[in-house]
Design a protein around this ligand. Structure first.
Ligand code: MGD
Ligand code: MGD
Ligand code: SF4
Ligand code: MO
Length: 768
């Protein structure tokens, strides 16, 4: 079948390979009209303005992946799969989930994943399914990186998390973050170049590796792996001891400084500098630079979040910029106004089975802390492989590949195989799909409507609903349709309600809203299934059904207009709350390069989102401060036989989690190497390109080495997202690189948030 699109036409969409989702213009055509032939930056995009990095150009490797699924699959008793039709698949999956619910309760069904970097629309629709089933627990990849940070930000600010304004900052600080390769804010490389070129601005990088970002830095604090807590403590101590704090800011806007001050006043800076192996004078000068700056923006990421003292570092780096007064100002940290934040979304999805009901605070088996509605994903196997009566019996896994991406793959495979029922919704036959009872094939992110809820810009924020740019691969369905069909099969949508709503809609959207509210007040299931119900009723009226998938945004826009009218007004939406909601929704549906929904000029507005009634930031966090005080008593030591520290999974120029499964998209085949320091190479007798064996407590694997000055002596690094089993068109299966989590352990995790220490894996390296 040929699409309506001529081969010469460029269509607007976005890149899906990292959280930024840069706007794209894509020339489609080729095989069945479904290929992404030429890709360029969309200059009209409200956030990326034409910016792209090197990765976007080869997105066709995702779109045309040879292991894409084109039919629902059912597992046979012998472990092989047979294709089944959609009707059978929906019926049997609904029956499977319902029988787990009947026998053990809906709370024994675990929801894993939701969306990746650029596909969060499916997670809106899956809430209809999970709430209908009474699912109460969920996890996703955020719970192996950001949950510690979420908790700390929530505690210190009493609400939403602040984000750095890198575009305007004088001093940019990157803690365990390599923004040149990994991005993290719009137009990252342009911003980094701007900072590097401007003598009045500076960049500070804490990273054991000499990354591309570290090479651009004015101050590279090349810490010993896992010792950032000491380095940051020494930085805070420098500011306190040299009287460089912002005294007025601390007095007016914070609580608890007096409780933490004595520790930093008496801390031995040179001792701490020695511990993290950074020159004391470098620590002091970087700290002075921070204290003297008009503005400082800080980004912490996986280098510390997946490391020793993950949550402590999240706490310490915040103390650093709070005591220097870098909140609620241009170039500092600000709290954005989201349309729907990923954490709000997560909380809505599960954990509270009934609207208004209190979410669960701990996981059912281990009693681990649930943060932002998420269980530590590191611990999935421990919540399944047990005879505990509250263990999970089933899982719904969407757009996530836990058997590859979460800690300890061997144990994860065992756990997923032990489930009584499991269904995976994905575009490809992934490592995780190969363990499921049913696999439901989703249309790709270029074949349906999609969006991201990641943008956290301030004071101007945007949203971009992408339209499909090619026809769906035959046999696939978008998540909107999959979840709505499942909810219908479970009896979660009443035909009487559908008729009443459709009838009201004939009179207009206002009567529709009234009837919806009235039905919801009488029947809680209406709100539970709301996204699916809106899709079935309002959906067909949106551009003759062409924009049906956008239906849930109608409710979101009205909610935003009711609760946050002043922000919508700042972006030019005028009139009553109803008018604003309607106008936002119409704009959202039609703006193919995204639209701005908040554009305020006053940075002080961030204070409105500090949750404490006294509007003060909490500096003394009692759950974490004792650990800060006790740091010097717990020196790091590798177990005998594992002298190296392996960073299991770094971002490189041609890696993108497991979104692109076809390894040949890395045309030079360079991404899969083990980075090794020249001195270590000499000791091990390894030359460039030689094969090395990496052994950890969990497993062992081989790859070729790349000797460079990036690695600190005693450290090695593997890329993230590689070692995927990819079935080529020819039928041959290839695996390029090492799947990093064959080497990681789920027991090695943060004491507080349960996040894994993927960047600190004790390892042995040998020549093969
Ligand atoms: N190219 C590419 N870009 C991506 C992705 C991708 O797969 N590929 N994935 C996206 C995703 S999901 C995420 S979460 C982000 C992650 O983005 P980043 O966190 O920036 O990515 P990483 O390279 O995993 O880790 C960052 C740095 O941590 C350093 N590090 C290791 N040990 C330590 C330590 O002890 N202390 C300190 N201070 N640093 C240490 C490493 O040397 C590395 O340079 O990237 C996003 N962008
Ligand atoms: N050792 C180690 N492990 C890590 C990391 C590390 O640094 N080291 N990094 C971690 C980080 S930060 C992250 S974010 C995770 C990421 O790990 P995951 O959460 O598993 O995310 P992805 O690798 O992005 O996989 C997304 C899945 O979505 C599928 N997909 C793509 N498009 C669609 C779609 O439209 N619909 C559906 N239903 N599916 C789709 C892809 O085929 C893929 O299977 O990995 C983590 N794992
Ligand atoms: S991978 Fe590059 S092009 Fe794609 S969204 Fe991220 S920064 Fe933009
Ligand atoms: Mo991530």
């Amino acid at each position: 079948m040929k699409t309506q699109s001529a081969d010469t036409e460029y269509k607007k969409t976005a890149c899906i390979l990292c959280s930024i989702n840069c706007g794209l213009e894509v020339k489609v055509g080729g095989k069945d009209g479904r290929e992404l032939l030429k890709i360029k930056g969309d200059k009209a995009h409200v956030s990326s303005e034409g910016y792209l990095c090197n990765k976007a150009a080869r997105l066709n490797h995702y779109q045309m992946g040879a292991d894409r699924l084109n039919s629902p699959m059912r597992r046979r008793p012998d472990g092989t799969y047979e294709a089944i039709d959609w009707e059978t698949a929906i019926r049997e999956v609904a029956v499977g989930l319902q029988s787990i619910k009947n026998e053990h309760g809906g709370d024994k069904i675990y929801f894993i994943g939701g969306g990746g970097q650029g596909n969060h629309l499916g997670a809106l629709y899956s809430t209809a399914l999970t709430r209908t089933l009474g699912v109460r627990y969920q996890t996703n990849a955020l719970a192996q990186e950001k949950t510690g940070e979420f908790w700390v930000a929530g505690k210190m600010f009493g609400g939403g998390g602040p984000h750095g304004d890198f575009h305007n900052t004088e001093v940019a600080v990157f803690v365990g973050k390599n923004p040149w390769q990994a991005h993290g804010f719009p137009q990252t490389r342009k911003v980094l170049n701007d900072i590097a070129k401007d003598p009045a601005r500076s960049m500070i990088v804490l990273d054991p590796a000499l990354t591309d970002s570290a090479r651009m830095a004015d101050f590279h604090l090349r810490v010993k792996p896992g010792t950032d807590a000491w380095c940051l403590s020494a930085m805070i101590a420098t500011i306190v001891q040299e009287n460089l704090t912002d005294v007025a800011f601390i007095a007016a806007h914070t609580r608890g400084f007096e409780a933490i001050r004595p520790h930093f006043e008496s801390l031995d800076i040179s001792d701490y500098a020695g511990f993290c192996d950074v020159d004391e004078e470098l620590i002091r000068s970087a700290s002075r630079r921070i204290a003297q700056a008009e503005s400082v923006a800080v980004f912490e990421d996986l280098g510390t979040q997946q490391n020793v003292h993950s949550t402590l570092v999240s706490y310490l780096q915040r103390i650093l910029w709070i005591i220097t007064g870098n909140f609620a100002k241009k170039g500092g940290q600000n709290i954005p106004v989201p349309l729907l934040s990923v954490t709000e979304g997560a909380k809505q999805g599960a954990s509270s089975a009934k609207p208004g009901e209190k979410p669960n605070k701990v996981s059912p088996v281990l009693g681990s802390r649930i943060i932002a509605g998420l269980l530590p994903c590191n611990e999935v196997p421990d919540e399944i492989l047990t005879d505990h009566p509250d263990r999970f019996r089933a899982a719904i896994i969407q757009s996530s590949n836990p058997a590859h991406a979460y800690a300890d793959s061997p144990r994860m495979r065992e756990a997923l195989s032990a489930l009584e029922f499991s269904v995976v919704i994905d575009v490809a036959m992934t490592e995780t799909a190969k363990l499921a009872d049913y696999v439901l094939p989703a249309s790709s992110q270029f074949e349906k409507h999609e969006c991201t809820f990641f943008p956290v810009e301030f004071p101007r924020n945007h949203f971009h609903l992408r339209h499909p740019i090619v026809d769906p691969l035959p046999g696939t369905l978008p998540e909107s349709e999959i979840h709505t069909r499942l909810v219908e099969a479970l009896g979660g949508i009443s035909q009487t309600h559908v008729s009443a709503l459709r009838g009201a809609l004939k009179l207009g959207r206002r009567p529709f809203a009234l009837v919806f509210t009235a039905l919801a007040a009488k029947n809680p299931q209406v709100m539970k299934a709301a996204p699916a119900l809106l899709y079935r009723t309002l959906g067909p009226t949106l551009c003759d059904g062409k924009r049906a998938e956008a239906a849930p945004f109608w409710a979101l826009c009205h909610q935003f207009a009711r609760k946050k009218a002043q922000y919508a007004k700042s972006a030019g939406f005028e009139g009553s709350a109803w008018k604003i909601g309607e106008a936002m929704f119409e704009t959202l549906i039609s703006a193919t390069s995204g639209f701005i929904y908040t554009d305020i000029s006053d940075y002080a507005d961030s204070w409105n989102r500090v949750g404490y009634s006294d509007k003060r930031i909490l500096l003394h966090v009692e759950e974490l401060f004792p650990q800060v005080q006790n740091l010097d008593k717990t020196p790091l030591q590798n177990p005998a036989g594992f002298p190296f520290v392996l960073a299991a999974g770094n971002r490189r120029a041609t890696t993108a989690n497991t979104i692109v499964r076809d390894g040949s998209w890395d045309s030079k085949g360079l991404a899969s190497s083990l980075y090794l320091n020249p001195d270590d190479a000499l000791d091990l007798g390894l030359a460039n390109g030689d094969t090395a064996r990496i052994t950890t407590a969990t497993g062992s694997a081989t790859t070729f080495v790349e000797i460079n000055d990036i690695q600190r002596k005693g450290t090695v690094a593997l890329p993230n997202g590689l070692g995927i089993d990819y079935r080529r068109e020819s039928g041959e299966t290839v695996q390029i690189g090492i799947p990093p989590n064959e080497l990681t352990a789920s027991s090695s995790r943060d004491f507080f948030a349960g996040t894994p220490r993927h960047k600190y894996v004790p390892a042995q390296i040998e020549k093969v």
